[in-house]
Design a binder for this molecule. Sequence first.
Ligand code: HSE
Length: 305
Amino acid sequence: MPNAITIFSPSSVSNVGPGFDILGFALDDLGDKITLTLIDGDYDIKSIGAELPSDPDQNVATVALKSLAKSCGYQGGFSIQIEKKFKPGSGLGSSASSAAGAVFAANELLELGLSKKELIPYALDGEQVASGQRHGDNIVPCMLGGFVAVKSVEPYEGFHIDTPEDLKVLIIFPDVPIKTAEARKILPQEVPLKTGIQQAADMAGLVISLMTADYELIKGCLEDHFGTPYRKRLIPFFDEVKEMAFEAGAYGFNISGSGPAMFAFFKKGDDLESLKHQIVQQYKGADIEVRFHESGINKKGCEVL
Ligand code: HSE
């Protein structure tokens, strides 16, 4: 049995408009590269590209690993190296990438034979440290890949949603950290019935429009009436960037997870250079760095490299 493994665990966009805590999809070429090594001692954490907690009881990856180790009776330790391409607190499921990736790697390395779905509860133990809640809208797409709707997390029950082959996602991430736990605290705990009905209608419309590749319907169903009205205040120039995206022909725009990253839907082949330039200019005035990522929907989820 080898004593080390390297895996890729993708970033993800959660909520996706009306799907608060329910919808999420995985991204191509953006995420964590994790090398996990079996060691005799305790837990050793090395991070590259971002500062992550070095206390194994505070780090989402090692919390998830400890939970899996306890359940399967593994008494040894782990050395984990996590290489990040973007900062935690970006709204792209950073904690989910680390937690899901860690247990995926351990399952392979220890040859536990658990399915990806069976690994979800352990990954959620890690996610809970970061967000204070066991929501699966980042963990599930990150682990399984694709565009998913999470019906329940314990036990996991969810659905894959087919998306148009030519769907392209533009990620826009301004460098202003937002902690998920904080972004959850500013939300009201109750919503008016009328708001709930609108959200449910948009959710139904969004799922159908994705499955039938009806781009005009996608555009009309990507609003979020629960979180975005409150959270957009945490994101400088949210309204301005949204307007620029629609002027450039976007088929929908919203916050990715709890932000500050935002996402917009386009079609493959759409040229986004002029839009990106406009957005950079907008943030430049406020001395905020902004980065972009163009992606399809990642269908693989966590994978061994
Ligand atoms: N559904 C979560 C939220 C995603 O919006 O709080 C962020 O991790």
